[in-house]
Design a binder for this molecule. Structure first.
Ligand SMILES: Cc1ncc(COP(=O)(O)O)c(C=O)c1O
Length: 454
């Protein structure tokens, strides 16, 4: 099985690296194709279906595992992690209860415990895999509410006397907007804190706002610090925020969805100092740990609050055992896929040292990209140790530039508006396969676009 998987993975990798990155297709063309070939009226041979599906995926998607995909954090994936997903599908373990899937549950717990220790969380911290960072952040808000307001579990937000308030910067992930809607807090619960010149949370402004909100009768309960903002890779000042939260009795959540993997790098981990003080942490394995989607992780130093937030025992489920609580009673999900196997397999195969190399390679490629862009006359507008570069130049019209970049199949990058400014270009080294040559070639081709199209 492994030989065949390696062979297939190598074929796909080479096909993708040698082909286009950005698709050119209309929804109508795909719908016509599907209607013509898959009306489900008669069975088809799987031998025919698989190449057909592969052909669609090959042509009609942004190839996020391409070494010149510099996008939002969708990684290239390792063979070990693909094997993990394959084994998960083959055995289809049900992780809702420990008894149904003892091996799978223990593999997940073992993996999470290892990573929790890397973050500096205490041995008894709770942790579970999630579908992604969005679910992990939702878990954090629900648990924080449960701990801050004992009446929340019974009465919901309407049972809380004062309006709860949650503090974050404009660079925090936009998914928090969904979270406050889903939890019934509403958009007004989000209190946006000012940032400094490097887009990091301004703790003095945080303190001012918390004080003013308390005086106005609100109930501040949580601060969300981001360790690697999506747009610019900014890392909020975690030690100062931790100190402030402790003093003010506020829940300290760190959204390290993509930046969290930096704890495995001796070179980078100093930038995450303070993360071990967090009440809860979000980190996605399907970002910088380079495993297939979806694999998020939620860590929390208060297992009792987690249990209270998600407690839901019922007679039709197998009863709990001496193994500890069942995941369906401590997490947002009920039926639970074996999400963690792909990370376990990748860690087992590469070891910590392999991960360190992979993360530091991408970090170096980020430095190479930053320097090559500077040398080519671009202006770098963000400041982060992570491999994410935001840049611009005089007269740049970002949408026009990106259209030319895509049309020539040079690379995939995006544009962002930092702090409400003009759109700038954003390139993140998301693939462990990206080389210095890829970067130099891309920057050279970008110079040609500037020359030829302005
Ligand atoms: C900082 C941060 N938090 C949360 C998320 C959401 O994670 P997911 O897409 O896995 O739900 C992202 C996604 O890019 C992110 O960058």
């Amino acid at each position: 099985m492994l030989d065949e998987l390696r062979h297939t993975a190598a074929r796909v990798e080479s096909d993708i690296a040698g082909g286009p990155i950005v698709p050119c297709v209309t929804p109508e063309a795909i719908r016509r194709h599907l209607a013509a070939n898959f009306d489900f009226s008669k069975p088809l041979a799987l031998d025919d279906v698989i190449p057909e599906v592969e052909s669609m995926l090959r042509q009609w998607q942004v190839q996020v595992t391409h070494p010149r995909y510099f996008g939002l954090f969708n990684p290239s994936v390792t063979v070990a992690s693909i094997a993990g997903d394959l084994l998960t599908a083959l055995y289809n373990p049900q992780l809702a209860a420990w008894r149904t899937a003892p091996a799978a549950n223990e593999i997940e717990r073992h993996t999470l415990k290892w990573l929790a220790a890397k973050f500096g969380l205490p041995a008894g911290a709770a942790a579970n895999f999630t579908s992604g960072g969005g679910e992990a952040n939702l878990s954090a808000v629900v648990v924080a509410l449960t701990q801050a307001f004992p009446e929340f579990g019974e009465g919901g937000v309407r049972g809380i006397a004062a309006a709860p308030a949650l503090y974050l910067t404009g660079g925090a992930h936009h998914g928090f907007l969904k979270t406050v809607r889903m939890t019934g807090l509403g958009r007004q619960a989000l209190r946006y804190v000012a940032t400094d010149g490097n887009l990091k949370m301004d703790v003095a402004d945080l303190a001012r706002q918390v004080k003013a909100d308390r005086e106005a009768g609100l109930a501040p309960f949580m601060v969300v610090a981001t360790a690697g903002t999506t747009a610019a890779g900014a890392i909020d000042p975690l030690p100062e925020i931790a100190r402030f939260c402790r003093l003010e009795n506020l829940w300290f959540h760190v959204d390290a969805a993509w930046g969290g993997a930096a704890v495995l790098s001796p070179r980078l981990k100093t930038h995450l100092a303070g993360i071990g003080e967090a009440d809860s942490i979000t980190c996605d394995a399907h970002k910088w740990f380079s495993v297939p989607m979806g694999a998020g992780m939620f860590f929390c130093r208060h297992p009792d609050s987690v249990s209270r937030a998600f407690d839901s025992e019922i007679s039709f489920m197998p009863g709990s055992t001496e193994s500890g609580q069942d995941p369906y009673t401590t997490t947002t999900q009920w039926s639970r896929r074996f999400i963690g196997l792909k990370l376990f397999m990748a860690l087992a195969e590469q070891g910590e040292s392999g991960y360190r190399e992979m993360i530091e390679h991408q970090t170096r490629m980020g430095d190479v990209l930053r320097q090559s862009l500077r040398d080519a006359g671009w202006r770098i507008v963000n400041d982060t140790p992570l491999p994410l570069v935001c840049f611009t130049r005089e007269g740049l019209v970002a949408p026009r530039f990106l259209a030319a970049l895509y049309k020539r199949q040079i690379a995939w990058m995006s544009s962002v508006e930092l702090d409400g400014g003009e759109p700038v270009l954003r390139a993140c080294v998301t693939s462990f396969r990206t080389t210095e040559r890829d970067i130099e070639w891309v920057v050279g081709e970008m110079a040609r676009i500037v020359e030829e199209e302005g």
